[in-house]
Design a protein around this ligand. Sequence first.
Ligand code: SME
Length: 152
Amino acid sequence: MRVDYPSLAKSIHALTTGEDDPVALMATVTCEVHHADDRFDWTGFYRVTAPELLKIGPYQGGHGCLVIPFSRGVCGAAARTRQVQLVADVDAFDGHIACASSTQSELVLPVLNGAGGLLGVFDIDSNLPNAFTQTDADALADILKNTFAAVK
Ligand code: SME
């Protein structure tokens, strides 16, 4: 099954409209995205909970590492640079954190509120190599932007 982004965006909008609690939004986005595509083996958020520190948020899939400093891993790079990280081969990414040895590729996007503050990152991991495309990155960035705009 391949994700249908217009329909995914519509469902997430319908489910979350009027909500501004970040964890409620993260939980809902995680559930909707995770079940939308067979390529997505781990889907979830890491939240900024202290300066330069990410802590696990809502997720689906096997257990994730609890704490990731901004200095480490693909998630840390997304938080530090506020740039989307599209990693075709995790073994080729210097400093990748292997929470699950089955992960072969990943896509990590920064999550900002409407004021431009960094709330955390959204991480999707796949057990397939080179699973993600720029289309995934663009569509998910759009969904995150719309969903988290209302968060303080
Ligand atoms: N692989 C990520 C860590 C998070 S988990 O895989 C759930 C990274 O290098 O940032």
